[in-house]
Design a binder for this molecule. Sequence first.
Ligand code: SF4
Length: 208
Amino acid sequence: MNKGRILINRNICDNAKECGGIEVCSEIAKALFWDEKNQQIAYDAELCIDCEKCVDECPVGAILYAKTEEKYRQIENEIKFDEEKLKKLQVERYGASPIEECISIDELDNWLKEQDEISILLLELFNDDSINCLLHSIKVADIQAVVQGNSKYTKVQLNSVEDIKNPIIKELPSLLIYKNNVLLGKIDGYYDESGKDEFFNKIKEIVK
Ligand code: SF4
């Protein structure tokens, strides 16, 4: 290896098309890119110019740089035995690959009937267009702390708002809040860390 190379720690990478590393590289070398065929972030070492700018773009350190072959092998080994998993980051709300299994909109009615032992249900309706970088996501654990008590968060995947029979939903993502299987309210639209206070206040209003 006569030049540096990038490694991606896929244990903690959320594999989002919106990856900041891809964005910065697209203006420099296009070495880091979205591979449409394999639906994943890919890397072409031939195009890489060793600028390391993509490394700085990943706040969880999923993009790593090795200057030498020895360093490359060392990092590769560290990734292999790295026990840090995406789930531990607890930021799956807007992630590209839902950590917990999500359900489809067609399954929703039946699924709801099976959840009667859960006091508060938080259902996140989303489609591919409403996925954003999970690094800016509000942690699901924090949302559950706001509602308190016995709660469950589940993502519901659909193609578009037109797939929803309920006309009150106009925008995706939309967070539906149920208590004892009764819909208390919903919060439409994307909220990231910067809108956390507003988002939490809306939740408190709904569940009070
Ligand atoms: S080191 Fe620079 S050129 Fe190489 S993948 Fe990262 S941003 Fe692109």
